[in-house]
Design a protein around this ligand. Structure first.
Ligand code: TXA
Ligand code: MG
Length: 315
């Protein structure tokens, strides 16, 4: 179901960056080292590119991804920075600190990169390979760790080959990463700062008041408590439109909109959150979604739909 590639491994250098940038411009992800772990980087403005990251990783659910940028200037095009966020970015960027901030209205970003949330996770990395790729593509790059879903994060190109060889087009090899641990994630909202993932930037180094751990305190990586959830009732596996429903079609099921008229799962994944937001805004009181095959990327699509359909507070 997923395409099979003869995965190229290129030593880090200008030729490798140019080759990688061409692949990214074509909408495919590439593995590239950062100072923390190797990332699987794709164009964060392209839903198709993000869907292909998930397809390559075989991730069963869509979590929002960290979007990498060259500079604070570039980050400010995508998110709203308050004074706390500005101070942290100035102190720790470029480096292993990720900030979760309110998404800027009209920001040019694929909704699948943020999993449809109103926030975005941003980081400016220090590693020259990732910086080279950011400069060469001129795009924000979404990059989760470059490993198959459920496996440990890769700190060497060999780890990436072992996990994703055959599933991706290119790996840039710059040897072992210096930190070997994923970035610290801090969320800032309404003046409150929370640690979402401990990492190389410690709480001592942050040296700012953090909201007490608890229900909204530390969340394990990947264990997002915040999920996109429509306010309207959502019915799954619908083959026709019910009363007062907005039907989101797929393949042969025709609705008011469609995740993919041709039944393509990459296209469906990249359209998922946009179609849900559109259905939210429609006059119909309820939302229905056509059956999506439970295979490949369809597993992740069904996971998100099931969460969106669940009564509030159960996920
Ligand atoms: O070190 C790193 O951060 C590596 C390298 C490649 O840069 N990247 C990485 O990315 O670990 P990723 O996409 O696997 O991290 C995703 C995590 C999610 O599981 C979630 O915990 C958090 O980032 N996250 C992303 N967007 C979020 C959001 N809008 N709200 C809350 N948490 C978010
Ligand atoms: Mg990861």
């Amino acid at each position: 179901q997923n395409p099979v590639f003869d995965t190229l491994v290129r030593p880090y250098g200008k030729a490798a960056i140019d080759e990688a940038a061409a692949i990214v411009a074509d909408g495919w992800p590439v593995a590239v080292p950062t100072e923390t772990v190797y990332g699987l980087a794709g164009d964060a403005t392209s839903g198709q590119a993000i869907a292909r990251i998930y397809a390559a990783k075989g991730r069963p659910s869509f979590n929002p991804l960290i979007v990498h940028v060259l500079s604070l200037d570039d980050a400010e095009k995508l998110a709203e920075f308050d004074s706390t966020a500005l101070a942290l970015a100035e102190r720790f960027w470029p480096g292993p600190l990720t900030l979760v901030l309110p998404l800027r209205a009209g920001a040019r970003i694929a909704s699948l990169a943020t999993a449809g949330l109103g926030t975005i996770a941003l980081r400016s990395p220090v590693h020259p390979a990732m910086r080279g790729l950011l400069a060469a593509t001129g795009r924000p790059l979404a990059a989760p760790s470059a490993n198959a879903s459920g496996l440990i994060s890769p700190t060497r190109a060999e780890h990436v080959s072992a996990s994703l060889g055959g599933s991706i087009k290119l790996i840039i090899d710059a040897g072992p990463t210096s930190l070997g641990l994923e970035s610290t994630i801090v969320a800032i909202s309404r003046g409150e700062t929370r640690l979402l993932r401990p990492g190389p930037v410690t709480t001592e180094m942050l040296d700012i008041p953090l909201a007490p751990a608890g229900e909204r305190g530390i969340e394990a990586p990947g264990q997002m408590s915040s999920h996109y959830a429509p306010s309207k009732q959502l019915r799954l596996d619908a083959t026709e439109r019910g009363e007062d429903e907005w039907l989101i079609g797929f393949g042969r099921v025709i609705g008011q909109s469609s995740l993919s008229p041709s039944g393509d799962l990459v296209e469906a994944a990249s359209a998922l959150f946009d179609r849900l937001h559109e259905a939210e805004a429609a006059p119909a009181q309820r939302i229905a979604v056509a059956p999506i095959p439970k295979e490949g990327l369809g597993i992740a699509i069904n996971d998100r739909l099931a969460r969106a359909a669940a009564p509030r507070g159960t996920c």
